[in-house]
Design a protein around this ligand. Sequence first.
Ligand code: SAM
Length: 251
Amino acid sequence: MEIHSRHYGRKNARALTADDKNLYATLYSALQFVGTATDFPSVTDSSALGVEHVSTGIQKKQLDPGSAPSGLVRETSSNQSFGDVLEIGFGMGDFLVHQALLHPHLQFIGVEPFKTGLISLLKKIKQHKIQNIHIYQGVVHDILGKLPLLSAIYILYPDPWPKKRHHKRRLIQKEFLLQLLAHLKPGGGIFIASDHADYQQWIEATLKDTFGSVCGSDEPFENWIPTKYEKKAKLEGRLSRYYYISRYRFL
Ligand SMILES: C[S@@+](CC[C@H](N)C(=O)[O-])C[C@H]1O[C@@H](n2cnc3c(N)ncnc32)[C@H](O)[C@@H]1O
């Protein structure tokens, strides 16, 4: 299936105030992620990447993107910094801010087309004087070829697109996951969460199709704070599932 690069959801929800516009004009342009064109190999098969599902039971030691999981990393030497973290669809930005404050030594990239969410993140960055978040306003597909090697990628509560005719709009697709994996450092991982039962089945089927197996958990990852959508799901009685995929060696 072709990876779509259109954004189908909202881009603006409310009119921006003069302060919002000013913040956007000054801070967003200062923090905007531009990236450098990279030449990662195109991948059609996960076996070429050396990927492995890791049971959520051992995630506790794997979730700090600042420390590579010892048993899985082979090529990373101890003095090499374990790089950047990407959040795709950061919504209002709470999780990104939480992680950036927890890991001030890492550089974070947040991607979100929704302008109201972007303004919300900019306000939090200003409030906490955060210096390690870079932002791209748009769809992640536009910057896939410009990303650095990453140690963690978060996709939290992606839009479920419940109608069957809209399933092709779902972010979690085999080709997309393989593209993301090509950008992962050894030992790095992709973290996915969803509260939507049908999308959970879709994610599990896609992970199985892509990697041959699937590991999910009802327990959130370590250092977790619930996102806006996770809180909403809990209030409305929907159970979340959490998935983790690790890349453990270079090509
Ligand atoms: C259901 S919301 C979840 C937001 C947030 N992660 C949370 O848990 O509260 C999904 C978000 O993904 C964003 N999104 C959708 N397609 C995207 C894409 N292709 N690239 C980046 N973000 C995307 C939407 O604008 C929306 O803010």
